[in-house]
Design a protein around this ligand. Structure first.
Ligand code: NDP
Length: 255
């Protein structure tokens, strides 16, 4: 029996990349997973297919985050999907994973107020409002995991704006951890380093070799490296960990 049997989970941005790996690992452990996506409907369906092929349970939910009405739309789908499958809308695990980065090649000097608005809307405001909205659904001893980035600790000037939004996400974990402790709900941040999310960049051996040098282990992370850490935090084994920043960067932050 898996560690998450009879649990329900929502993983935002699980149509691909790290989110897909998280959804698959949670489902492996027995959770029923809401696979959220924005534009990648086929990819989200494929995540569900992969989960079902492995004997798990999942369903897709579409909502573009960072636009008016986003959280309402997300939870309409989540509640409907849970109700159809479990007869209720209770949620045990929320993973705020969906995120966007500063557009490639944009120097800090060139980031506009519109770029900042968009980054904050998707990466910081949406996770905050999703946590807020999930509070009514989360059962006792629930789990909230917010995906941050090693870039809140490791300087990379062209990602300054993105890193600001991830610093904000970490604050959700700190403050809600205190707020939700009376209900046994833990809230933690996981910070990946450079992680193969299946994008074209990771098909270029020279680029991968260069990126690998940042990790103490001299390789890029695989999505499942991060997913395993998230799955631990989602499990009963992590009941005594809350408000924490967990480095899942393969030692990138060791310098
Ligand atoms: P990907 O770019 O591979 O996937 C992003 C996911 O988020 C997709 O499922 C996408 O959905 C969804 N998404 C993006 N924008 C929106 C939006 N506006 N509304 C709703 N959904 C959206 O991401 P990664 O797997 O690389 O990253 C996952 C998380 O990990 C992010 O928070 C990222 O910041 C963080 N991270 C990643 C690192 C890495 O090296 N990969 C390093 C450090 C942190 P769809 O495609 O359906 O539109």
């Amino acid at each position: 029996m898996g560690r998450l049997t009879d649990k329900t989970a929502l993983v935002t941005g699980s149509s691909r990349g790290i989110g897909r790996a998280i959804a698959r690992r949670l489902a492996d452990e027995g959770a029923l997973v809401a696979v959220h996506y924005s534009t990648g409907e086929d990819a989200a369906r494929h995540t569900v297919e992969l989960i079902e092929r492995d004997g798990g349970r999942a369903f897709t939910v579409r909502a573009e985050l960072g636009v008016p009405g986003d959280v309402h739309e997300l939870f309409l789908g989540v509640e409907q999907g849970l109700k159809e499958r479990t007869g209720e809308t209770a949620l045990d695990i929320l993973v705020n994973n969906a995120g966007i980065t500063t557009p490639a090649g944009v120097q800090p000097e060139d980031v506009t107020a519109e770029d900042l608005d968009r980054l904050f809307a998707v990466n910081a405001q949406a996770p905050f409002l999703i946590v807020q909205r999930a509070l009514g659904l989360l059962r006792e001893n629930g789990r909230i995991i917010n995906i941050s980035s090693g870039l809140t600790r490791f300087a990379s000037p062209d990602q300054a704006a993105y890193a600001m939004t991830k610093a904000a996400v970490e604050q959700i974990s700190l403050h809600f951890a205190r707020h939700l402790a009376p209900r046994g709900i833990t809230v933690n941040s996981v910070a990946p380093g450079i992680t193969n999310n299946g994008s074209a960049l990771f098909d270029i051996p020279e680029a991968v070799e260069q990126m690998a040098q940042f990790s103490a282990f001299k390789r890029v992370g695989e999505a499942v490296d991060v997913a395993d850490v998230v799955t631990f935090l989602a499990s009963p084994d992590a009941r005594w960990v809350t408000g924490a920043f967990i480095d899942a960067s393969g030692g990138t932050l060791l310098g």
